[in-house]
Design a protein around this ligand. Structure first.
Ligand SMILES: [Zn+2]
Ligand SMILES: [Zn+2]
Length: 359
């Protein structure tokens, strides 16, 4: 028997489900702006009213058909819990939240050995239809595995849209094995590179060198503590880095760009015995043109880092709420769901650092 409360919830939801909502998704390999019915909830699901959703490099690769790990676009979302299904506890309508789009099982071999973002369940569940929607459904799995984080009062929805990408940067720094006072070169000063730059002091790394072709991004990096900023379009990056490090090279390079050339740049800038961390996602079928013997003879460590686990997004929320990362100044542009195509055209040109989509 259902309780009166449960019946009234289902009734309320049936009213919601009759109205339509705007959404941007990929249909037949193309970006499509559509009016769809608000998703129906199954037991254990929740419905979120989106307030902000970051446009990520991986969304753009998905739209261009260059990334096929998951077809859903919009994963850096924040919003208000609009509706909860039966069998949901600890979450209430009206809660301000960050829903994590992927959540691991915490018990399989991958989860137990620190590869929780490789867990089979991690990518199996996702937002429906995606984060670039006025409303989206978060499946029961994510809800019951603790993937709904409540936002502190001082955190805006715009700031909360940075929790997921910041979690990815924290994972990369953790996986890097970087030690206190090591030298770090961040290749690429997009939102990911600039977040790594701002996280570095929290990991005991005071001196960061960063590169990008975009002067606005380099200017941001200088204002946020970069020791040296470099533009590969008019500087010999590895020569400058060798000079800065007295001919040794940096201890670690984090590649915050999907361009395979950036990986090569990192490899040519590290010291012998140094490490390169692959964080940006290269397009499908890209390959690396680099002598394998150089990797071995120079004892190079290459580590990849993909997505973020539960602990990393929780730490990201904590760092953002304490003001350790200047998220507000990274958001340079906001676009509505209908104008997402304009956001895509502008993604990395001119004065854009981070674009977010708002309802
Ligand atoms: Zn992302
Ligand atoms: Zn697992």
């Amino acid at each position: 028997m259902m309780t009166c409360e449960e019946i009234s919830k289902i009734y309320l939801f049936s009213i919601l489900s009759r109205s339509a909502m705007k959404t941007a998704l990929i249909r037949d390999g193309e970006l499509s702006i559509e009016e769809l019915p608000i998703p129906s909830l199954a037991h254990g699901d929740i419905l979120i009213e989106m307030k902000a959703c970051g446009l990520c490099g991986s969304d753009i690769e998905k739209i261009r058909g260059e990334y096929n790990v998951s077809p859903t676009i919009g994963h850096e979302a924040s919003g208000v819990v609009k509706e909860i299904s039966v069998n949901v506890t600890g979450i209430e309508e009206g809660d301000r939240v960050f829903p994590h789009h992927h959540v691991s099982c915490k018990s399989c071999h991958f989860c137990r050995t620190g590869s929780d973002t490789m867990c089979k369940s991690y990518r199996e569940f996702h937002f429906d239809p995606g984060g670039f929607s006025e409303f989206f459904r978060v499946p029961k799995w994510n809800v019951k595995q603790g993937g709904i984080l409540k936002l502190p009062e001082n955190m805006s929805y715009d700031q909360a849209s940075f929790i997921e990408p910041t979690g990815c940067c924290i994972r990369a720094l953790r996986r890097s094995g970087i030690a206190k006072n090591d030298s770090l070169f961040v290749v690429g000063a997009g939102p990911i590179g600039l977040t790594v730059l701002q996280l570095a002091p929290l990991f005991g790394i005071p001196n960061v060198i960063i590169s990008d072709v975009n002067p606005k991004r380099l200017e941001f990096a200088r204002r946020h503590g970069a020791l040296v900023t470099l533009d590969p379009s008019n500087e010999d990056i590895s020569a400058v880095i060798m000079k800065e490090t007295k001919g040794v090279g940096v201890d670690c390079a984090i590649i915050a760009s999907g361009n395979p050339k950036a990986v090569r740049q990192g490899l040519e800038s590290i010291r012998r015995g140094g490490s390169v961390i692959l964080l940006g996602i290269p397009p499908l079928e890209s390959s690396l043109d680099y002598g394998v013997e150089r990797l071995v003879n120079n004892e190079v460590t290459m580590i990849s880092s993909n997505a973020a686990n539960d602990g990393e997004v929780r730490l990201a929320l904590d760092f953002i709420s304490k003001g350790h990362i200047d998220v507000d100044s990274m958001i340079t542009h906001k676009f509505s769901i209908e104008s997402i195509d304009i956001a895509l055209e502008k993604i990395s040109g001119g004065d854009v650092i981070k674009s977010i989509i708002i309802p």
